[in-house]
Write a protein that binds this ligand. Structure first.
Ligand SMILES: [Fe+2]
Length: 228
């Protein structure tokens, strides 16, 4: 089975008590452990970014060990808070050195699960319709990354996209990202990043043939949802 959830925001080593983000975050690691209870060892869970508050790999070790201990394979992508992320190569080396063998990285590549290709990238949000050159540049790079990921899926008909940032949020519409998804025939997109009161502005539904779903941990009550 294939599952997804985003924004675990683990903080076993960083001093970040999460309950200040809202009462539902109290004991969130325990809630996640309980939430993964239906996931079987042969399953795959895509985690849509913001895994840990740690600032570098070393200070995230307990968080990665926690993720590693959750059942099944985990495919991770980058969120805006993943400051530990330098390169996918370094992360892979760090996981290997520490015997973490159930976490894989979605970055300019894709993974196959049954008849589906699992594609994605972090994404980006531009604060208004006239984004600064800096924001435009980052968005362009993310569009290219998403395209590289989708291209690597080849002829696989069912391509599922995972992003950290929402491509649609309130008045924000990531035209370039949506166009790439349309061009590659994507019909499902899962994203995280949005928490608490912001969820009222999150788009969940179908737009131009693509079905969107918010999967941030608090939105899912810390229980991954089954995609297939
Ligand atoms: Fe985020």
């Amino acid at each position: 089975m294939l599952w997804t959830i985003g924004d675990l925001h683990l903080s076993f080593e960083a001093d970040k008590p999460m309950d200040k983000f809202g009462p539902e975050w109290a004991g969130h690691a325990e809630k996640l452990t309980a939430g993964f209870s239906d996931v079987r060892p042969e399953d795959v869970t895509v985690i849509c970014g913001d895994l840990t508050w740690g600032m570098d790999m070393r200070s995230c070790l307990s968080d990665f060990r926690f993720i590693d201990a959750l059942p099944g394979r985990k495919i991770i992508l980058k969120g805006n808070h993943d400051y530990w992320w330098s390169t996918a190569t370094r992360a892979k080396a760090f996981f290997a050195e520490n015997g973490i063998d159930s976490i894989e990285i979605l970055n300019n590549n894709c993974f196959f699960h049954e008849d589906a290709a699992l594609c994605g990238t972090r994404g980006w949000m531009c604060p208004n319709e006239n984004p600064a050159p800096h924001d435009r540049k980052i968005m362009l790079r993310e569009i290219q990354r998403l395209e590289a990921s989708l291209r690597s899926a080849g002829e696989r008909e069912r391509k599922i996209v995972f992003l950290h940032y929402p491509p649609i949020f309130g008045r924000f519409y990531a035209q370039g990202l949506v166009e790439v998804m349309e061009r590659y025939g994507v019909r499902e997109c899962y994203y995280g990043h949005i928490h608490g009161a912001g969820r009222a502005l999150a788009f969940e539904g179908t737009d131009r043939g693509i079905r969107y779903r918010l999967v941030s941990a608090d939105h899912l009550r810390f229980r991954p949802i089954k995609i297939m």
